[in-house]
Design a binder for this molecule. Structure first.
Ligand SMILES: [Fe+2]
Length: 397
């Protein structure tokens, strides 16, 4: 994201001597993407960011997936994944894999405990907060997170999730194997968000102050690429990684609240790309927010049946009342998977009911993938097996 930010104590000129009040040198670290050829930031540490005193394997939660065969639309009720002891579950090690492919993995967790320090070295994370509150402490500073926030964590950002409320913080974690950013068409050729984009820089919130944390023998869990898929390592650092006195640049974590997305509406049905928020390689993220609906005198406000032949479509229903899915059992916390190769659209009666509607009070986050999605153990555990037959009203006997 090419949007310059400067926080804390940085020297007037990059790559020059920057000293502590007692005369020691701060350690400058460049964190950058695409081999020094894309966005980066410079961070100034009191300690040595490379220093480790131990490294052991970290076994991730179950990352196995099962193909979607027979090819079916699926309904997954993610609230069923809430553990009875959610207060002891953390937002990193407690994630349950719902869906995944080589480009993206979607997990869900309802957490009440502070997570270990963690960084994802596979790709960027976009974590949507369904409900609850948390502070996301990062090496760049802290980010408050609440319902409706997308928390964007660039690949390699050391951070931890600290729930802050009496209820669980419910997180829908989209982990890409690439970088996630505003779609190219929203940006000027120099990277500013354009007038026709549904959000702008004022809607993006980065850290405001360094987070100086004392500590010794500090564990950090690292999710990274392995020869047989995604794996993990546990490091121990001699001092706390949150030792940055200042940083500047265009690469840092930030939040964006879905309520700040200004929907683009029309006289007739607008296609899903107008609802796009972020893009990665082989994955796009869109959101359907409360909005005035199609106002042509003969309009049909719910979508037409559609066969998205090049993608799988995942909807996470996270607020309001989703008009086109009424009568299917879908509710708050549900996910629908509509795979490429199967046409989908409104449930029976939804088209007729929508005629004359002026406003839809619905909130959903959509992930579209270029490669087919497989079901993770969390997805399989949360499945409502009747969904595929709701359009016809009967299934196999
Ligand atoms: Fe769709």
């Amino acid at each position: 994201m090419a949007y310059y930010r400067r926080v804390g104590d940085v020297p007037a000129k990059r790559h020059t001597r920057h000293r502590t009040p007692t005369g020691d040198l701060y350690r400058e670290e460049l964190m950058g993407e695409e081999g020094f050829s894309s966005d980066s930031s410079l961070l100034y540490h009191t300690g040595v960011p490379s220093a480790i005193v131990d490294a052991t394997p970290w076994d991730l939660p179950d990352q196995c997936t099962r193909e979607n065969r027979p090819l079916l639309p699926r309904h997954l009720q993610l609230h069923r994944l809430t553990a009875p002891d959610w207060a002891a579950v953390d937002a990193v090690t407690g994630r349950r894999l719902v869906l995944g492919n080589a480009d993206v993995r979607i997990s869900y967790v309802a957490a009440g405990a502070a997570s270990p320090l963690y960084r994802n070295a596979v790709g960027d994370e976009c974590v949507y907060v369904e409900s609850g509150t948390a502070t996301v402490e990062t090496v760049f500073g802290a980010l408050p997170a609440a319902a409706g926030d997308y928390v964007l964590l660039p690949r390699g950002t050391t951070h931890r999730w600290v729930p802050t409320g009496p209820e669980p913080v419910r997180l829908y974690a989209v982990e890409a194997a690439s970088h996630l950013a505003p779609p190219r068409r929203y940006l000027s050729r120099f990277g500013q968000l354009l007038e026709q984009a549904p959000y702008c820089e004022r809607d993006l919130h980065g850290p405001d102050a360094p987070l100086l944390t004392e500590g010794t023998e500090v564990e950090v869990l690292v999710k990274h690429r392995g020869s047989r898929g995604i794996t993990g390592t546990r490091y121990v650092h001699p001092t706390h990684p949150f030792d940055v006195v200042g940083w500047d640049g265009c690469l840092y974590p930030y939040t964006f609240n879905v309520a700040d997305f200004e929907p683009i509406t029309g006289r007739v049905h607008q296609p899903p790309p107008v609802h796009q928020v972020f893009a990665g390689e082989g994955v796009v993220i869109c959101n359907f927010v409360p909005r005035k609906v199609d106002y042509h005198p003969l309009s049909v406000p719910v979508p037409y049946y559609h066969s998205n032949v090049d993608s799988d479509e995942v909807m996470f229903y996270c607020g309001g009342d989703y008009e086109a899915r009424k009568g299917s059992g879908i509710g708050q916390g549900s996910v629908s998977l509509h795979p490429g190769g199967h046409s989908h659209g409104p449930q029976p009666g939804a088209v007729e009911r929508s005629i004359g509607a002026e406003f839809f009070d619905e909130l959903a986050v959509m992930v579209d993938t270029a490669r087919p999605l497989e079901l993770g153990e969390g997805g399989l555990a949360a499945e409502d097996p009747g969904y595929a037959w709701t359009w016809s009203g009967r299934g196999p006997t």
